[in-house]
Design a protein around this ligand. Structure first.
Ligand code: GAP
Length: 454
């Protein structure tokens, strides 16, 4: 059996998008109407993977810790939130239009985006070298927040925004959450939820979309602790280790500290965790040392006291914060790209998703060797589904069924055959090695549990 990971190429990306659609992981949103750029729907297998990732993040960041609590806040907040946070004024991208093809592009992407009229040229090359074929307008700023109106009257007074990040309501609710949870600094508040950005050029499948989910955590510390870098480095390491625990290949992950000129004026440091996607190395998560800027902004904007009183030292201060901010969809894309491989089994090409068992949408598939064995196989599946995400499949040859399960990343297939009727045992086939082992039915649940923990 020979194996090769998908190479860093467009072809690999096209293959992945096609697999995602074919097997029901991700579809373009409202495809019957031609789709809507920057929006995606997750199908039956995709939603399982997404839920698994969210649960694994929540367990790691909230459930298995005593110093982080969770929240779930509204998508639409008081519009002043976004004035105080600085989003109304400056959450924008530089935009240019082409007067000829009427395309609209991010000015800082025109050297890599293909021209819609002449895809062999970049937008910039078309405008510069296309002998008058493209002509770009001056750059102007375009605010990325989606606007809506709250209530029956649609005027300036009813304007509201779909949140472009989940963290701001963690800051506005800081005092309430700290009070009810009786957490003492240092402690964190975490949230998973939808965010919306009217991206000028959504691209690379679900990497940059207009509606996506974020998993963010704000860890509040004493302002003087932000000088020592201790917590900042701790969270960079925690987040990096989390990707390794999902089985993501270490050689595809990078840590990229931001250069001083990339940092916001209030930030003391920011490190991106990057992944080598088929379209290039790109940001997956940001870990930022944000001083006490956000809380201070909301204190000024609301006139409310969001400071913290330290009972032990009798000090009152506005805490500094370390933020970890990650997209669910980008994590999905990472595990999807990372798991994809093609190999050869018995001279036949196979596509395989080497998902970690905790990430895989189906953990075990039960396959009767013949339809005559249906009854016993169904019974096993009904038992196992209480413990594992399971599937039952009786359609087609056993080889075809193995390939189908390999392609969606099922780590174990249980085959129920005529011998099973006689001695209450089954064959368990392992996805990556294709090795098979005979396991007695009364040991099957423990056998699979042990394998999946390993
Ligand atoms: N609160 C900080 C913040 O939102 P960000 O770098 O703008 O920082 C954090 O976003 C993460 O959210 C990114 O690293 C990425 O994983 C995800 N993300 C941001 N914009 C996205 C988009 N348009 N589509 C998909 N994911 C996105």
């Amino acid at each position: 059996m020979t194996t090769s990971r998908a190479g860093a190429s467009r072809a690999a990306m096209d293959e992945l998008i096609s697999l995602a659609k074919r097997r029901g992981f991700v579809f373009p949103s409202s495809g019957i109407y031609g789709g809507i750029n920057g929006f995606w729907d997750f199908g039956p297998l995709g939603v399982e993977v997404k839920n698994n990732l969210k649960k694994l993040w929540w367990d790691h960041m909230v459930r298995f810790r005593s110093d982080v609590v969770g929240v779930d806040t509204s998508i639409i907040a008081h519009p002043q939130t976004w004035v105080s946070s600085g989003h109304v004024k400056s959450f924008s991208d530089p935009l240019v239009d082409c007067k000829v093809c009427k395309g609209r592009f991010r000015a800082d992407h025109i050297d890599s985006l293909p021209c819609p009229n002449k895809p062999s040229l970049t937008v910039q090359a078309c405008a510069k070298e296309g002998k008058g074929e493209g002509e770009l307008t001056d750059i102007r700023q375009f605010n990325l927040m989606f606007q809506t109106h709250v209530g029956a009257v649609q005027d300036v007074s009813s304007v509201a925004y779909l949140r472009p990040e989940t963290c701001q309501s963690i800051f506005t609710q800081f005092k309430n959450i700290q009070g009810v949870s009786r957490q003492k600094i240092p402690f964190g508040i975490a949230q998973i939820g939808k965010s919306f950005r009217n991206e000028v050029t959504p691209r690379n499948f679900i990497f940059r979309s207009r509606e996506f989910e974020q998993m963010e955590m704000e860890f509040f510390i004493k302002p003087e602790d932000s000088e020592s870098q201790k917590w900042y480095e701790y969270w960079i390491d925690q987040r990096y280790q989390w990707f390794l625990s999902l089985g993501v290949q270490k050689n595809k992950l990078r840590l990229r500290p931001h250069a001083p000129d990339e940092l916001a004026h209030y930030a003391k440091g920011c490190t991106d965790i990057e992944y080598e996607f088929p379209f290039g190395v790109s940001e997956l998560e940001g870990i930022a040392q944000r001083s006490n800027y956000d809380l201070t902004q909301h204190i000024q904007g609301s006139g409310k006291d969001l400071s913290y009183f330290d009972e032990a030292t009798k000090e009152k201060f506005v805490p500094a914060v370390i933020e970890t901010s990650l997209g669910v969809d980008r994590t999905f894309l990472t595990v999807f790209c990372d798991a994809y491989a093609e190999d050869e089994v018995d001279g036949e090409k196979r596509a395989i998703l080497r998902f970690h068992p905790q990430v895989a949408p189906i953990q075990v598939a039960i396959l009767p060797l013949s339809k005559k064995l249906k009854e016993g196989a169904i019974k096993i599946e009904e038992d196992l589904r209480r413990y594992f995400r399971s599937d039952y499949d009786e359609a087609g040859s056993i080889g075809k069924r193995y390939r189908r399960q390999d392609e969606v990343g099922t780590p174990y297939c249980v085959t129920y055959d005529f011998e099973s009727l006689e001695n209450q045992s089954v064959t368990v086939r392992e996805r990556d090695t294709t090795q098979q082992e005979r396991v007695s039915l009364d040991q099957l649940k423990n056998y699979l549990s042990d394998k999946m923990q390993a």
